[in-house]
Design a binder for this molecule. Sequence first.
Ligand code: SF4
Length: 391
Amino acid sequence: MKGLGLYIHIPFCISKCNYCDFYSIGGADEEKKDRYVSALVRHMQDYKIQAKSYVVTSVYIGGGTPSLLSETQLKTVMRAVKKNFRLSPRCEISMEVNPGTVDAAKFKVMKRLGINRISMGAQSFDDGELAMCGRRHSSHDIFACISDARDAKFENISLDLIYGLPDQTKEKLFENLDTAIELDVDHISLYGLKIEEGTPFWYNRHDLNLPDEDTECDMYFESIEKLAHAGYRQYEISNFAKKHKACKHNLRYWNCDEYIGLGPAAHSYFGGKRYSFKRDINLYIDSFDETKKVNEPLLDEYVDIPPQARIAEYVMLRFRLHEGINLARFKKRFGRSFESLYYEKLWPYVNSGHVVKTKTGYAFTPKGMYVSNYILSHMIGEDLVIPGSNS
Ligand code: SF4
């Protein structure tokens, strides 16, 4: 049976953080959330037949802020997952939570429902940085949240942190990392701040005191060293894990394995097609409400990927991983040699120390990872056909 990942988008937030351009809405009442959950259930039912020959190896409930769902709403979602998809016995089931939106009782319910991995949006342990980002929680809330998750017997906890924040010094960032390490979490995602168009940070971008390029570069490399020293292996550009704690679901994306995404703005790669749904919760809800007549299609992008673009996409995603390209697996998957296709474009980066020849193939060095977007767009940019896939 083929493996499948399932992503469930929960597009509710208390308020919008200053850097965020994910699709979510604020101020949703319980009735709206109930209607949204009903739409998700219908959507899962629609997939039941198509997903019959697959076994789901990972489920990821992301957002937004999934921990804003009530216990009943969460139960409804998880029941529908189990009813409409075949889950593997060791299925990784992750849920994103924001500190301050979940208590010990809800963690216990989550655990009973089969959720076995927590991805916590900590972002910083500095209350000043949190406030500047527009986060609604304090550092104290993060400690309480981790303690509650552990009381509920969660043994796989990941923290998201951001580097390169306005006014952030290297010392402040490393204090954040030290705190995460002391908390002994299993996985750390460390993202560099990107000023996304349309966000409050973008509107104020000229007034933000952002670290200069050299400082940001030092932050990245020194963080990798610090985390490695503490036992967190970098397995992807922004992701670090203790042994056996790499996120299975995200690995599906970087391995170009199939997944279904449910909800507005969710993306799927299923049956050789890539597609996504519009960023519109009302359209999503109405599309699965039999009493409503909806004239607008829910589908946003839909691409049947041609063979050359499939290869380019695989190269782009696999190079994000520390392991990089495995020549034997590439040959098996595409029936062609990676080197015959890419060596000409690759060798300057091998010579410059951005790419290294490994025992099994080619991978970025840390220096290459830092500028991976630039290198990949040079290597494969013109072969990609998926909107936004080279960003
Ligand atoms: S809580 Fe997460 S999804 Fe919601 S606005 Fe903040 S960063 Fe974005």
